[in-house]
Design a protein around this ligand. Structure first.
Ligand code: PXG
Length: 468
């Protein structure tokens, strides 16, 4: 070993209080009220294996969120560690800017084409999902420039969508709290309502509502002028927005509308990609054929940052055949270590048959569990698709009446989950999960027991507070 490395001090073991003090003194966390976290103290996660995390007090936690929707193969996969280690030794970095490339980036591009629908033969790498969506904005505008329609600038997205936190990503996203800071959205982005049946469509059947919600896209296109619209972007299933699973009629109708006006269709597959919905891509499960697909997270199971855009033939042919320089890219586009981990990750998913397992075994089994949780007095709607699930908490089950949002009932439930060793997220009053794809039937049973216990504790708590 390099003597300089041997001399490095090992990481100092610290108590939770010491970690929290140092954290509060120096570390600004994403999407966080810094002052309130500093007063409360972070939960410090120190290690992980399979589906489980341990915190600095030694508590074991069932991670039903796969880190942040990304650890698809679960924690502790030696093949990914070995791939990173070998690549770090051989070639830790080289760029792809000046007519150079590295073997892992080339091989990963090849493998991504293999696991994608036939029309996707090319990829543009980024370092994250947000950067991937910045690439999308630049790429679709470049596409229309090359087609002699530079006025086609506008990308249409949806309220309550999440497309990242860069200027373009946050603008494409439909989170009002994000738009409220920093002068967003940037020009050339328009939003329509989301296809959220429970919130916006309960007066009609899901299928009818799906067509109505897709119709909002057509209405917006006509309002803006089809000649000005570059693309429509959406997550096949909205993740951060609360696992909003659209009616089956929605995406095929969106496809028809985009085709009708020649508008590019972009699937943000950052959460849905790499097996989450039971196919390699969420758009395959939801029945549409995008022109571009943004990915990140599951491409490396979160072991190392990597993202990108799968570029379908329609756009690729234009960029390649008529293009000239595309003046866009990141230092870490095609980072060799990240790509080596991506390769090991995808090969592992293939070898273990995880995508098929989600589609034919664990996905349907999770659906059965959620169907059984639907009888709980707090649950107004229980939905899953593959290994994503949402429980809508309601004040009155028979009428589906929601709680007053200011009570933040979802956070009460989340508190009980945390206290009982379960990470389940709250988005408003929707409790959501997206466990690693390696989850077994036995672990789904374990998850079911934990969720039911936390729902029961929440019910008792709400009654004690007089909120029910
Ligand atoms: N698109 C989608 C669909 C995402 O879910 C991004 C883009 C941005 O990716 P990066 O790698 O730039 O973060 C995401 C990220 C949440 C939460 O609260 C979700 C994400 C990120 C942070 C929090 O569920 N998704």
């Amino acid at each position: 070993m390099n003597p300089a490395v041997a001399d490095l001090p090992a990481r100092r073991e610290r108590s939770t209080a010491e970690w929290q003090a140092a954290d509060a003194a120096h570390y600004l966390h994403p999407f966080t009220d810094f002052k309130s976290l500093a007063n409360k103290g972070s939960r410090v996660i120190t290690r992980a294996d399979n589906l489980y995390l341990w915190d600095s007090d030694g508590h074991k936690i069932f991670d039903a969120m796969s880190g942040l929707w990304c650890v698809n193969v679960g924690y502790g996969q030696q093949a990914l560690v070995d791939a990173a280690t070998a690549q770090l030794k051989e070639l830790p970095f080289y760029n792809s800017f000046f007519q150079t490339a590295t073997p892992p980036a080339i091989e990963l591009a090849e493998l991504l084409a293999e696991v994608s629908p036939e029309s996707f033969q090319h990829v543009f790498f980024s370092g994250s999902g947000s950067e991937g969506n910045d690439t999308v904005v630049r790429m679709v505008r470049r596409y229309w420039d090359l087609h002699g329609q530079p006025q086609r600038q506008i990308l249409i997205s949806r309220h309550n969508a999440y497309h990242g936190s860069t200027m373009a990503g946050a603008s494409l996203g439909g989170m009002s709290d994000m738009h409220a800071q920093g002068g967003l959205p940037i020009p050339g982005i328009a939003h329509i309502q989301q296809p959220f049946w429970f919130a916006h469509g309960r007066s009609m059947s899901r299928e009818d509502f799906g067509l109505v919600a897709a119709g909002w896209l057509e209405k917006k296109i006509l309002e803006l002028g089809p000649q000005n619209v570059a693309a429509f972007i959406g997550e096949p299933v909205q993740g951060a927005g609360g696992v909003i699973i659209p009616p089956s009629t929605y995406w095929p109708e969106v496809q028809r509308i985009c085709d009708r006006y020649g508008i590019l269709l972009v699937a943000d597959e950052v959460i849905c990609g790499f097996g989450r919905t039971g196919n390699w891509w969420g758009s395959e499960t939801l029945g549409f054929r995008p022109d571009l697909m943004t990915f990140a997270k599951g491409v490396t199971s979160g072991y190392i940052p990597l993202g990108g855009v799968m570029v379908g033939e329609r756009v690729a042919r234009t960029l390649i055949d008529q293009g000239g320089d595309f003046n866009h890219g990141y230092t870490y586009s095609g980072h060799p270590v990240a790509c080596a981990v991506g390769l090991a990750n995808i090969r592992l998913i293939q070898r273990e048959g995880l995508v098929e397992r989600v589609r034919t075994d664990t996905g349907p089994y999770l659906a059965e569990l959620f169907a059984s949780l639907a009888d709980h007095p707090l649950v107004g709607e229980a939905q899953t698709l593959g290994l994503m699930g949402a429980l809508q908490l309601v004040r009155d089950k028979s009428s589906g009446t929601l709680f007053d949002p200011s009570l933040a009932v979802g956070m009460v439930c989340r508190g009980h989950c945390f206290g009982n060793g379960l990470i389940m997220r709250a988005v408003g009053d929707r409790m959501i999960i997206a466990p690693p794809l390696v989850i077994t039937r036995g672990q789904i049973d374990e998850l079911g027991q934990l969720i039911r216990r936390c729902l029961d504790l929440t019910l008792t708590d709400l009654r004690t507070r007089g909120w029910l």
